[in-house]
Design a binder for this molecule. Structure first.
Ligand SMILES: [Zn+2]
Ligand SMILES: [Zn+2]
Length: 182
């Protein structure tokens, strides 16, 4: 996968704005159990803030995860602003146009030389915005733990007590209380 960079070498003189629409695959979600659906739209601007670089932007994307209850695909629309600061290792980094910098001098997590790794930033921001437990719908009934039937598409024949251990505990408690009082 080719990394997408925005060059910030003109930042010394002015604020820089940039934007894009990334096809699925430009940001790699392969190891995140997430699939990008449609375009990832984003825009951002870079500005200097003291010794730091401030990146303000927003992104919008639809992702598909596995529903934590029924294991079917669960779509989730993410629309997220971000406001990030990056420390410059080299104070001279953006002060002169013609300064040649080696990669080692200025490499930080999201920078290579004067180039900002936008894909990395979007990737991190999206992961931060993902719900901990994805749901295909708010009232997803999940799977029957006995027979595996997806209860969203119909009931199964399993006894109700079997798939509610919490209710079992309450009934057991009630039984004991009744025994004690009799
Ligand atoms: Zn579900
Ligand atoms: Zn069942």
């Amino acid at each position: 996968m080719t990394q997408y960079f925005v060059d910030l070498k003109d930042l010394a003189r002015e604020k820089i704005s940039f934007e894009g629409s990334f096809e699925p695959g430009m940001v790699d979600f392969a190891s995140d159990n997430v699939r990008q659906v449609g375009l990832l739209d984003w825009s951002a601007s870079a500005d200097r803030a003291g010794g730091e670089i401030r990146i303000i932007g927003s992104l919008k994307v639809t992702l598909e995860q596995m529903c934590s209850r029924c294991l079917e695909p669960a779509r989730c629309e993410i629309s997220k602003p971000f406001d990030l600061f990056f420390r410059q290792r080299d104070q001279q980094m953006f002060d002169e146009d013609e300064v040649e910098l080696s990669e080692e001098e200025t490499r930080t997590g999201f920078f290579t030389g004067t180039r900002l790794a936008v894909g990395e930033i979007l990737h991190e921001q999206i992961l931060l915005a993902l719900p901990m437990k994805a749901l295909c719908r708010v009232d997803c009934k999940g799977l029957c733990p006995t027979c595996g039937t997806n209860l969203n598409s119909g009931d199964c024949k399993c006894p109700k007590e079997d798939f509610s251990p919490h209710m079992d505990t309450l009934l057991e408690l009630k039984r004991r209380l009744e025994q004690r009082s009799s």
